[in-house]
Design a protein around this ligand. Structure first.
Ligand code: HSX
Length: 206
């Protein structure tokens, strides 16, 4: 199964605050960070690239492990930037990419205005961050673009994702894994998740 819904009492508690329209922006930002750490923790669960390293504790010599070949953390701007620092704090050796992309309601298509990846992306694993997946137009366009660059496995972390959006991602990209807190049943005529949490970019940055 490519879709992992991380069901946990702490996440359900935090999601309530994210959904609540009366949650202040500074609180919303903090909670997005907390949830992002939990999602990336789950996304890294099957990470295979660990290297043994000899260290000394204050008491004795021992062996430890270090993550090698760290993934590239990619933010879909602007809302993905609300997740980025938290994810990087969990994987400090990761490099970072940015994709500026939005759904244009007049031309009914996605528009890319920025694309910046680190130097060597060939076969590198990707953690792709965007708090919301509604129609999935944005994330599918981002995945298309990353695959054209020859990246390795892509894991998406997203706080809420619509049922149709998830189906759409897996229709085009069945190899992608998606980690989310909840699957939303509906999207309204404006393209917002229902009940959702509103526009994640606006909630984060006002
Ligand atoms: C919001 O719209 C989110 O952060 C995503 O970037 C996008 C989701 O909408 P959709 O393209 O999945 O419909 O700004």
């Amino acid at each position: 199964n490519q879709v992992k819904v991380i069901d946990h009492p702490l996440l359900r508690h935090k999601l309530g605050y994210l959904r609540d329209k009366d949650t202040y922006s500074h609180e919303f930002r903090e909670i997005v960070k907390e949830v992002s750490k939990i999602l990336v923790y789950e996304a890294m669960r099957d990470w295979k690239h660990l290297e043994p390293i000899a260290i000394e504790t204050p008491i004795a010599k021992t062996m430890a492990e270090r993550i090698v070949k760290p993934p590239i953390v990619v933010s879909i701007m602007r809302a993905g930037n609300g997740m980025l620092d938290a994810v990087l704090s969990m994987i400090p050796r990761a490099s970072t990419g940015f994709i500026g992309i939005y759904r244009d309601k007049f031309i009914h298509n996605t528009v890319e205005y920025y694309f910046k990846m680190p130097q060597d992306v060939q076969n590198k694993e990707i953690i792709l961050c965007d708090p919301l997946i509604a129609t999935a137009d944005t994330i599918v366009a981002a995945i298309d673009r990353l695959k054209n660059y020859g990246v390795g496995k892509i894991k998406v972390i997203s706080i809420l994702a619509s049922k149709t959006g998830l189906e759409r991602i897996l229709h085009f990209h069945p190899d992608v894994e998606i980690y989310t807190v909840n699957i939303e049943e509906q999207i309204n005529e404006l393209g917002y998740l229902v009940p959702g949490l509103g526009d994640a970019g606006d909630r984060l940055f006002q």
